[in-house]
Design a binder for this molecule. Structure first.
Ligand code: CUO
Length: 650
């Protein structure tokens, strides 16, 4: 068996279908993507000239030959229906490939013909979802398309450095000034790792997805965004700001936003002044359309059922209702009646993105809200998501509170929970390579240009959970961190704080009979990923491996996941109290038999397991997702709530 595997690996290296060759091809397809494929990448260059696309690729090629495709060097937004259609034709063409050569050649051919934004989006989605690309690590989007993650000031400086051929490294500030209280939390909304997580989440779970069914996609939409909202609120409380209020269609949009961000092609992202009154957006929706969508969804929640196309009720007052509600609100292709319930979330992003030019009089490009890369920069993003989060809560609050039988796991008795190390956060500088931000040609040498940004990090820590088990078993451990006080310093009851809890970790472990201590490091969290591998490292690693005739061992690397360094909210210099909520329930909650030994890619909390069912059979957020009418139900041996403090150090 060993010999067969070895022979297969050698064959893959020789035939160029090993991970190293694939990684090299993807690197090269994304290398300086606004310029022609470099002539030294001979196979890709050749394919770009002589390849004949097939299937969906042939259809896309006809669109190209009929001059129907969006021009190159133009902005691209996924929320633009025609631009999305074009990008999805390429996704289909790539995903139809039955071998990697076909995949690679299709990509090379269209890279030279399609809009670059559409190309990058389609390639990222296709690499994410194609089995042919298993083991390939996508380069950080903030290096491939830096304009979407940095500000105009930095990009201008990068151009100057290039023009004068002077290597440079400069600081990037957060948008706005200290006169704006929202700037205190800009480090969260503008964090490049968090923005990357968000954009990759939407690539893993696209609203337009028409491929194989993705498990609990609507519920994941709810949960990933609910967690973004809860995390943002914890950052606000850490910075002496009240939690975010929701958006109201009939009230002014309280916070304005000046993005200080420029498209690579298409000018500045539009700004919005404070207290802008909502206006209808021509060709998209009127304010009353938005209100109507909302009220139809609220009606369905009150009734406890949606109505399908054919008029049949789809009951939602049950464990799986949240999944349907997520599909409807987003809305995704899984929505059971999009004609009636509309696309509240997607339209809201466009409505907010266009308020600077709602009639299209000034030919402004789309706003930051119309890109998942940039949306969280705008404070209105969190107002919008709080608004939808409250609709989700309306539904969850209707469900019967968990009973003792549902909460208890009589085998486990938690005797103590402690933190090993300190819960301490700090800011550090992080360097981003801007090589791909500036145009050049093959003849001009690159100049080392980079920017450094401030980002939140924390000291290493671990949870130490002492537990006594009556008998040997596999158990599910869930850990949440919940602000203990509101903005006014009033201590919150469980039912008041549960909705603001941050999921820190969830894992499966083996319990032996008797007393034991479970140690779990913060860095092992199943909601986070480590830092992304820089593009230059990916290039070097793949080129070296190909040259040496060896392969790369890239296993279980996912782009979707909250940045590990942002696992903890900032906290306060004097320490900020949180409730550390730990629940141990039966291992029967696991949807896969091997979760105690195999974390399947390790970021399943907010991102599921790629291509497989969500690992936890319980609703996301269990046991804090439902109303708590009697707090005593939670006073059981397998649940422990302790107070911890998060410190912020300069
Ligand atoms: Cu992620 Cu609104 O869904 O941005």
């Amino acid at each position: 068996m060993k010999w067969i595997l070895l022979a297969a690996a050698v064959l893959a290296v020789i035939s160029g279908t090993d991970v190293a060759h694939k990684q090299q091809a993807i690197n090269r397809l994304l290398y300086k993507v606004t310029e022609p494929i470099r002539s030294k990448f001979t196979d890709l260059k050749e394919a770009s000239k002589s390849f004949t696309p097939t299937g969906a690729g042939a259809k896309l090629d006809k669109e190209h030959k009929d001059h129907r495709l969006l021009q190159q060097k133009h902005w691209f937004s996924l929320f633009n229906p025609r631009q999305r259609e074009e990008a999805l034709m390429l996704v289909d063409a790539l995903l139809e490939s039955t071998d990697f050569d076909h995949f690679k050649n299709t990509a090379a051919y269209f890279r030279e013909r399609m809009n670059e934004g559409e190309f990058v989006y389609a390639l990222y989605v296709a690499v994410t979802h194609s089995d042919l690309c298993d083991g390939v690590i996508l380069p950080p989007l903030y290096e491939v398309t830096p304009h979407m993650f940095t500000n105009s000031e930095v990009i201008q400086k990068a151009y100057t450095a290039k023009m004068t051929q002077t290597p440079a490294k400069f600081e990037m500030e957060f948008t706005g000034s200290q006169k704006n209280p929202e700037q205190r939390v800009a480090y969260f909304g503008e964090d490049i790792g968090m923005n990357s997580h968000h954009v990759h989440w939407h690539m893993d779970f696209p609203f337009w997805w028409h491929g194989e069914k993705i498990d609990r996609k609507g519920e994941l939409f709810f949960w990933a965004h609910h967690q973004l909202t809860a995390r943002f609120d914890a950052e606000r409380l850490s910075n002496y700001l009240p939690v975010v209020d929701e958006l109201y269609w009939s009230r002014p949009i309280k916070e304005g936003f000046a993005p200080h961000t420029t498209y690579r092609y298409g000018g500045e992202f539009p700004s919005r002044p404070d207290n802008k009154i909502f206006e209808a957006v021509e060709g998209v929706a009127r304010i009353r359309d938005m209100k109507e969508m909302e009220s139809r969804i609220r009606d369905a929640i009150s009734h406890g059922y949606f109505t399908s196309h054919s008029g049949d009720p789809i009951y939602i007052d049950n464990e799986r209702g949240i999944d349907i509600l997520g599909d409807v609100i987003e809305s995704s292709t899984y929505s059971p009646n999009v004609e009636y319930y509309g696309a509240l979330h997607n339209y809201a992003h466009i409505m907010l993105g266009r308020q600077a030019d709602p009639k299209g009089k000034f030919n402004m490009p789309p706003g930051v809200m119309e890109h998942f890369e940039t949306a969280t920069r705008d404070p209105s993003f969190f107002r919008l998501h709080k608004y939808m989060d409250n609709i989700f809560k309306l539904h969850k609050d209707k469900l019967t509170p968990y009973t003792h039988e549902e909460l208890a796991y009589d085998n486990a008795h938690i005797t103590d929970v402690k933190i090993d190390g300190e819960l301490t956060t700090y800011f550090e500088d992080f360097e981003i390579d801007l090589t791909h931000a500036i145009d050049d040609t093959e003849e001009i040498d690159d100049v080392a240009v980079s920017t450094y940004v401030h980002r939140l990090n924390h000291k290493p820590f671990a949870y130490k959970i002492k537990v006594k088990a009556d008998h040997e078993d596999t158990a599910t451990v869930r850990i949440f961190l919940c602000p203990k006080h509101d903005y006014n310093g009033i201590e919150l009851h469980l039912d008041e704080y549960r909705w603001g809890c941050i999921e820190m970790d969830k894992f499966w472990t083996h319990l032996s009979a008797g007393s034991q201590e479970i140690t779990r490091k913060g860095s092992e969290s199943s909601v986070t990923i480590p830092d992304r591998v820089p593009f230059s490292d990916l290039i070097k690693e793949a080129d070296d491996a190909v040259a040496a005739g060896s392969d790369l061992d890239h296993k279980n690397i996912r782009a979707c996941g909250h940045p590990a360094r942002m696992l903890l909210p900032k906290g306060k210099s004097e320490g900020m109290e949180f409730n550390l909520f730990v629940a141990i329930t039966s291992g029967d909650d696991a949807a896969h038999p091997d979760l105690a030994t195999n974390e399947h890619g390790s970021t399943h909390g907010y991102c599921g397991i790629h291509g497989q069912v969500y690992p936890d059979k319980r609703p996301m957020g269990f046991p804090l997702d439902r109303k708590v009418t009697d707090e005593r139900e939670f006073h059981i041996d397998n649940i422990n709530v302790s107070t911890v403090k998060v410190f912020h150090k300069k």
